[in-house]
Design a binder for this molecule. Structure first.
Ligand SMILES: [Zn+2]
Length: 428
């Protein structure tokens, strides 16, 4: 299957330069003059005129909980502990697998619609996430959420078993998913379980995905119980030696920066969730200055309440500029790199995150005629400071269109909306 995208504007090209891009076997095969000639030699190549559109790699949402879109706008304007333990957790506990499947699909619909082509998920319903990805063509790093005291804890054992079962299931059904382990947090997982997750991750070459240093309360409790900051504590259990995604990292000490400065450690900042739950803003400007790798996530639609990475990019740069009183903090190109390139590195997919020959074709097209982007002085600035995300017209994952000229090709959108309203009716 080959697709020739004609007359596209690549984000990295000079403002007025247009080019052709040939996609073949899921990859970006040729960019530039040779693309049309190669397309002629490729049987059954489909050609699309992309005049008036910008082509860029898809955004990568590095921290979310996709099934939780079922709880969007269900528990707002309440304290963090009330939000999590009194409002969200009881609903979560009452969801069926089928409910979670539709919740996952609803999230995937929103992510595709706003240009996200891969996400890192901490899941309580991993099988349903894997199925939703396989059915929709969405790419993901699925990490099974884990809680419990130790490796002997029955609940933890069951969830770990599920994590490994879903990896097999994903392979069986050909889901475009990678897998990892998702110990929820240092306050919901005991020392022994965390240590064990690190051992398993090393043994099986899996990524770890955890919430860390999200709240002042978590920081203070960790200092009181372990005499260490959350970052020091996790390091003492060996987890910072693994490939790891650390969601949040809002509360850091000077010493923590040193510990996070490792090529295998990826901080995932979630500015909207942190702001909405009144946890502050992560010191992203300083993290970048210190040489720490930072990717971007939305967290769930229950705490954001959106999975739109364009909105997240805008808030990220605005918050860093506002808090540091430095208008040069996090420029538009730096913000895009965080949302795309750093995201690809965080999920362990260096074949993604760039519109270059040889890379996997996870790409999006953006309507340059959207009034929100005009006049077009500077495309990167337009995308970070002005775009809403709804300027995205087409989304391709692994060389296949999954969203085209505003239509979902792999999802029955009407059914998903009907089913999610039916589920929500139970909680009204
Ligand atoms: Zn989260």
């Amino acid at each position: 299957m080959s697709i020739l995208l004609k007359n596209v504007h690549l984000l990295e090209s000079p403002e007025n330069e247009r080019t052709d891009v040939l996609i073949r076997d899921g990859k970006i095969a040729v960019i530039g003059k040779g693309a049309a000639d190669s397309a002629k030699e490729t049987a059954g190549c489909e050609t699309t005129d992309c005049s008036g559109r910008t082509l860029m790699p898809g955004l990568i949402n590095c921290h979310t909980h996709a099934y939780m879109s079922l709880m969007r706008n269900y528990a707002d304007d309440v304290p963090f502990a009330t939000w999590l333990f009194d409002r969200i957790a009881p609903v979560e506990d009452s969801l069926s697998n089928e409910d979670a499947y539709y919740g996952n699909l609803l999230s995937i619909m929103e992510m595709l619609r706003t240009g996200t082509t891969a996400f890192a998920d901490m899941q309580m319903f991993p099988r349903m996430a894997v199925k939703a990805c396989a059915d929709s063509g969405m790419r993901a790093l699925i990490t099974r959420g884990l809680v419990g005291e130790s490796r002997d804890d029955e609940g933890a054992k069951r969830r770990l078993q599920e994590a490994f079962d879903e990896m097999e299931y994903g392979k069986e059904i050909g889901a475009p998913c990678d897998f990892g382990l998702g110990p929820h947090a240092i306050y919901t997982c005991g020392k022994d379980l965390l240590r064990y997750v690190g051992e398993l991750a090393a043994e099986k070459d899996l990524r770890v995905h955890i919430h860390l240093a999200e709240t002042q309360y978590e920081f203070d409790t960790c200092m009181k119980e372990h005499g260490k900051t959350p970052v020091e504590y996790l390091d003492s259990l060996g987890l910072l030696d693994r490939e790891i995604l650390l969601a949040h990292c809002v509360y850091l000490t000077d010493g923590d920066y040193e510990l996070l400065k490792r090529p295998n450690v990826h901080v995932v900042t979630n500015p909207a969730s942190n702001a909405k739950l009144a946890n502050g803003f992560a010191p992203v400007k300083r993290m970048l200055e210190e040489g720490i790798q930072v990717a971007l996530g939305t967290d769930s639609a229950a705490s954001n309440n959106s999975l739109n990475m364009f909105g997240e990019m805008r808030l990220l740069t605005m918050a860093q500029k506002g808090v540091s009183k430095d208008s040069l903090a996090l420029t538009a190109p730096e913000t895009l790199d965080i949302a795309v390139k750093n995201g690809a590195a965080a999920i362990g997919r260096c074949d993604l995150g760039a519109a270059e020959e040889g890379k996997t074709a996870d790409l999006i097209l953006i309507d340059e005629n959207a009034p929100s982007l005009r006049p077009l002085y500077n495309r990167k600035a337009s995308l970070v400071y002005s775009a809403s995300g709804y300027e995205v017209t087409d989304v391709m994952i692994g060389g296949k269109f999954v969203f085209r000229t505003g239509e979902y090709l792999t999802i029955d959108a009407e059914k998903v909306l009907f089913e999610t309203e039916r589920i929500a009716a139970r909680y009204r």
